[in-house]
Design a binder for this molecule. Structure first.
Ligand code: FES
Ligand SMILES: [Fe+2]
Length: 434
C-alpha cells in the first residue's frame, strides 16, 4: 500500500472519506451497565474524534450530547443529572437528552431564551445491553445490525469493551487474521508440536481434544482464501486432512464497517467491534454468547475479570490493566517455559502486537504473503466502500440489518472442495440458530 492509500484507509476524523463511511452505521459506544440507572453519573464518550457526554435521565432514556455547555463552555461531565436533564454546574443551565436547553436560570423567568439554545446531539438506541448511536446524516438513518447475540436471552450473553491504543483498521486485521492464533495465542507444547501434544491429538487417543486442536497438531499450516459477501468478507482457513480424510475449515468474518467474528465453538459465539474513538485510539468490544444455556455465575465473574476474549480492566475504567505502559506485564519465564508470549489474556496478546506496530502501522513497509489474503480483501472492501460513498453509492449493509444475521464457525468438508463457502456443510455452519 502507498502511504496515501494508508491514510485513506485509516483516517476517520474530520471529513475523511473513511470517517464518512463509518458514520453511515450505528455504533456501540457504552454498555447499558456503564449508565446503570436513572439520574446516574454521566459518562465521557469519544467517537470519531468528537468528545461527547452521555447520561441517563430520570425516565431511563440515554442522551449523547456535546459536553460543552452552550453558555460559556463548561464541561457537562461534571453536571448534575437530575429531574429529566443534565444541569451545568457553572450557572445552572439544563439540557435534556436531545440537547435542548430546558432551563436557563440566569435569564429572566418570563424569557423564552432557553428555547433558542440546543446542543449538538446524536440519536441513541439501547439493545441487548448496549447503547448505540448514529452520527451520520439524519435523513439517512440506517438499521441496527441484526446480530445473533442480540437475540439470545440476557443471561446467555456477556458484553465488555476496552480501549486500544492504535487505529481501528489494524485491530480489525488482527480479528480476521486466523493464522496468528497458532502462534500468538498458543502454548509452547502445541507450538513445538511436542510428542505428548501430538499424542493427545490422535483421533483415537480419547483425549477429548477438539477437531481444531487435532488438525492443528499436524504439520499443515492452513491455506487461506477470501470472498466478498453482502455483509463484508469471509476468510476461510483450510487445514488439509490428507490420507483421504476430510479437510478442516475455519472461517472468520469481517462485517462492515468494523466488526469481526472468529469461529468460536459450536455453542459459544464471539463477535468483536473495533470502534474508532479517533484516528489513533479504538474501543475493542467483545460480544460473547452461549446459544445452548445461560452463563453460570462463575462464568460471568471470570469474564468480568478478563477471561476468554474479554480483557481485565483497571477497576472503574475501560483501560486494560495489562497495557503498553507496563509492557502488558509480560512474564519472560512463562514465555520461556509455557506459553508463546508470556502475556496473560488473548486480548492483551493482541494488543501487544497491534499497538506495538505504532498507532497507525506503516503499511508500505509490510511484506504481505499468501496467509494475508483475507486482510488484503478486507482493506480493498473498506477502501472501495469509502470511494463508492464519495460517488453517491450508499453501503448496502447499513440499510440491511439482516445482512448481519450470520456467525462464524468451522466445518469438516470433503477434501478438495476449493470453494468451501459453497459447500452445504459450510453454509449450514454459517447459519445462526437464534
Ligand atoms: S457555562 Fe454552563 S451555565 Fe454557564
Ligand atoms: Fe488474536
Amino acid at each position: 500500500m502507498t502511504p496515501e492509500e494508508n491514510e485513506r484507509l485509516t483516517r476517520i476524523e474530520g471529513d475523511a472519506s473513511m470517517g464518512q463511511l463509518v458514520r453511515r452505521f450505528w455504533m456501540p459506544f457504552l454498555t447499558s451497565a456503564d449508565l446503570p440507572g436513572p439520574d446516574c453519573v454521566p459518562a465521557r464518550v469519544r467517537l470519531l474524534g468528537e468528545d461527547l457526554v452521555a447520561f441517563r435521565d430520570s425516565g431511563g432514556t440515554v442522551g449523547l450530547i456535546d459536553p460543552h455547555c452552550a453558555h460559556r463552555r463548561a464541561d457537562l461531565f461534571y453536571g448534575r443529572n437530575e429531574e429529566g436533564g443534565l444541569r451545568c454546574i457553572y450557572h445552572g443551565w439544563k439540557y435534556d437528552v436531545t440537547g435542548q436547553c430546558v432551563d436557563a436560570p440566569t435569564e429572566p423567568r418570563e424569557s423564552n431564551f432557553k428555547y433558542t439554545v440546543r446542543l449538538r446531539s446524536y440519536p441513541v438506541q439501547e439493545r441487548a445491553g448496549v447503547c448505540w448511536t448514529y452520527m451520520g446524516p439524519p435523513d439517512l438513518r440506517p438499521e441496527l445490525p441484526d446480530f445473533e447475540w442480540m437475540h439470545v436471552p440476557d443471561g446467555h450473553r456477556y458484553v465488555s469493551w476496552s480501549t486500544q491504543e492504535c487505529n481501528f483498521v489494524q485491530a480489525i486485521e488482527g480479528g480476521i487474521d486466523t493464522i496468528h492464533s497458532v502462534f500468538l495465542h498458543s502454548t509452547l507444547d502445541s507450538h513445538r508440536r511436542l510428542d505428548e501434544w501430538k499424542q493427545r491429538g490422535q483421533p483415537n487417543a480419547g483425549s477429548g481434544l477438539s477437531t481444531q486442536a487435532r488438525y492443528r497438531t499436524r504439520d499443515n499450516p492452513p491455506r487461506l482464501s477470501a470472498a466478498d459477501t453482502d455483509f463484508g468478507v469471509l476468510v476461510g482457513g483450510c487445514y488439509p486432512g490428507g490420507d483421504g480424510s476430510d479437510d478442516y475449515w475455519r472461517y472468520n468474518l469481517f462485517l462492515m464497517p468494523f466488526y469481526t467474528m472468529p469461529p468460536g465453538g459450536a455453542d459459544t459465539k464471539l463477535c468483536h467491534a473495533f470502534v474508532p474513538l479517533d484516528d489513533v485510539t479504538t474501543a475493542r468490544w467483545s460480544f460473547t454468547c452461549n446459544l445452548q444455556q445461560p452463563y453460570g455465575a462463575r462464568d460471568m465473574a471470570s469474564m468480568r475479570r478478563g477471561s476468554g476474549v474479554h480483557v481485565e480492566l483497571v477497576p472503574g475504567t475501560h483501560v486494560p490493566l495489562r497495557n503498553r505502559s507496563n509492557d502488558y506485564l509480560v512474564d519472560r519465564d512463562e514465555q520461556h517455559t509455557y506459553t508463546f508470549t508470556g502475556i496473560t489474556g488473548t486480548g492483551e496478546q493482541d494488543f501487544a502486537v497491534q499497538e506495538g506496530m505504532g498507532r497507525i502501522v506503516e503499511r508500505n513497509a509490510e511484506r504481505l504473503v499468501m496467509s494475508d489474503v483475507g486482510i488484503v480483501q478486507m482493506r480493498r472492501r473498506l477502501l472501495k466502500a469509502a470511494d463508492d460513498l464519495q460517488e453517491g453509492v450508499e453501503p448496502y449493509s447499513s440499510s440491511h440489518g439482516s445482512a448481519y444475521h450470520v456467525h462464524a464457525g468451522d466445518a469438516l468438508v470433503p477434501a478438495g472442495v476449493a470453494r468451501w463457502f459453497e459447500d452445504a456443510k459450510a453454509k449450514a455452519a454459517l447459519t445462526p440458530r437464534w
